[in-house]
Write a protein that binds this ligand. Structure first.
Ligand code: NAD
Ligand code: MG
Length: 394
């Protein structure tokens, strides 16, 4: 029996994780669930999964949650609040696995805490890894934590790696990684129409049902940019050995091309329960609840190279990883601010890469020598991005 802590339990990945957990009550026990503000969903999850702890980051909402729990059939659940409590529950002794499914930089510290404590880290929160880069991988290596990628592409690559492979190794027989991308909802929209895209259009992804931020990232292809950086780190590969491939059907979730000419691909329906179940059962397998893939329904598999004029965010991500140092952290922070401003109606869809590019111009690729440096740069990049947004509007 393994204990699991789900950071970001109320999100798209959190909900899919609990769905998989519920299929294997003899193997997994829910120790802790966390949410930012959504206590309605968190309360329902408490009734079903009866964790020992819940964390509600927002203090007012945490008080409300405490009242609700006290007069519920599960009054013994301990309610904690504040972001420090996220780290506290991620390192509990009876937690074996931590699902890192908070969106954005807010997930960095609890995910790092889980890694330091040597937990199995099931990593969905790509922003945490992009920001902290080599520092994160170093913590994993030193603590002996098992890092298992949840991002469908990285999980696919992990599954296509040689026997005995661990995240952070360089698979010397792998010639390159083919990182697939759906291309999002605007893959074929005339370029001049992109400036009129609304938030509602941008969050409606053709193949995957996800949180708002990652849906916008998929539409700009910054998601693939962050995933490129994630792949460089997880698989210890230079960016030039990672080819982004537009594959609109989202049936192949990525591929590894080996020196002998073999190309291994992982396929499946686009359902995040597949990589989640893979990581939870690893090195075994168990049922995920996903529909089996009917290859006769697939009919065709298309592949194309991405157009960097259509997707400037992807170009910016290549530039940031190649510059190295703090630049991926700057890219990530600027993107988080720009996406929030777009969702809030403050900037156009095409303003997202403009804000990020202008923000990046304010930095040089200094070494990311400590966590403090990264957190400071993250804050500076957010402040600068907010100024740029004001200038655009002013
Ligand atoms: P989501 O928006 O649906 O959920 C986010 C979760 O994080 C919620 O539980 C929310 O309460 C919590 N949260 C938000 N802000 C917080 C804060 N400041 N402090 C603490 N908790 C906070 O997001 P999602 O789609 O589930 O994505 C989660 C992560 O997984 C992201 O990093 C995303 O890139 C990654 N991911 C998601 C998918 C997917 O299919 N949804 C696929 C691959 C990777
Ligand atoms: Mg992905």
């Amino acid at each position: 029996m393994k204990g699991i802590c789900i950071l970001g339990a109320t999100g798209s990945i959190g909900v899919s994780t609990l769905d998989v957990v519920a299929r294997h009550p003899e193997l997994y026990n829910v120790v802790a669930l966390t949410a930012n503000t959504n206590i309605e969903d968190l309360f329902q999850q408490c009734l079903v999964h009866h964790p020992e702890f819940v964390v509600v980051v927002d203090t007012d909402k945490a008080l409300q949650m405490q009242e609700q729990i006290s007069s519920s059939p599960v009054p013994d659940i301990k309610v904690l609040s504040g972001s420090d409590a996220l780290e506290q529950v991620a390192i509990l002794d009876n937690v074996d696995s931590v699902m890192a499914a908070i969106v954005g930089a807010a997930g960095l510290l609890p995910t790092l805490a889980a890694a330091k404590a040597g937990k199995n880290v099931l990593l969905a929160n790509k922003e945490a890894l992009v920001m902290s880069g080599a520092i994160f991988m170093q913590v994993i290596a030193e603590s002996g934590a098992q890092l298992l990628p949840i991002d469908s592409e990285h999980n696919a690559i992990f599954q296509c790696m040689p026997h005995g492979y661990q995240s952070g190794m360089r698979a010397s027989t792998a010639r390159r990684i083919l990182l697939t991308a759906s291309g999002g909802p605007f893959r074929e929209m005339p370029l001049e129409q992109l400036q009129h895209v609304t938030p509602a259009q941008a969050v409606a992804h053709p193949n995957w049902d996800m949180g708002k931020k990652i849906s916008v990232d998929s539409a700009t292809m910054m998601n693939k940019g962050l995933e490129l950086i994630e792949a460089c780190l997880l698989f210890n590969m230079p960016s030039e050995k990672i080819q982004v491939v537009i594959h609109p059907q989202s049936v192949i979730h990525s591929m590894v091309d080996y020196v002998d000419g073999t190309v291994l691909a992982q396929m499946g329906n686009p359902d995040m329960r597949i990589p989640i179940a893979h990581a939870m059962a690893w090195p075994d397998r168990f049922a995920s609840g996903a529909e089996p893939l009917n290859i006769f329904d697939v009919q065709r598999l298309d592949f194309a190279t991405p157009d960097l004029r259509r997707f400037p965010c992807l170009r910016l991500a290549y530039e940031a990883i190649d510059a190295g140092g703090i630049m991926p952290a700057v890219l990530n922070a600027a993107n988080e601010i720009a996406v929030a401003a777009f969702l809030d109606g403050q900037i156009r869809f095409t303003g997202i890469p403009q804000v990020i590019e202008r923000c990046l111009e304010n930095f040089s690729a200094d070494e990311a020598d400590s966590l403090q440096t990264i957190l400071r740069v993250d804050q500076q990049a957010r402040d600068i991005s907010n100024q740029i947004i004001q200038e655009i509007n002013g």
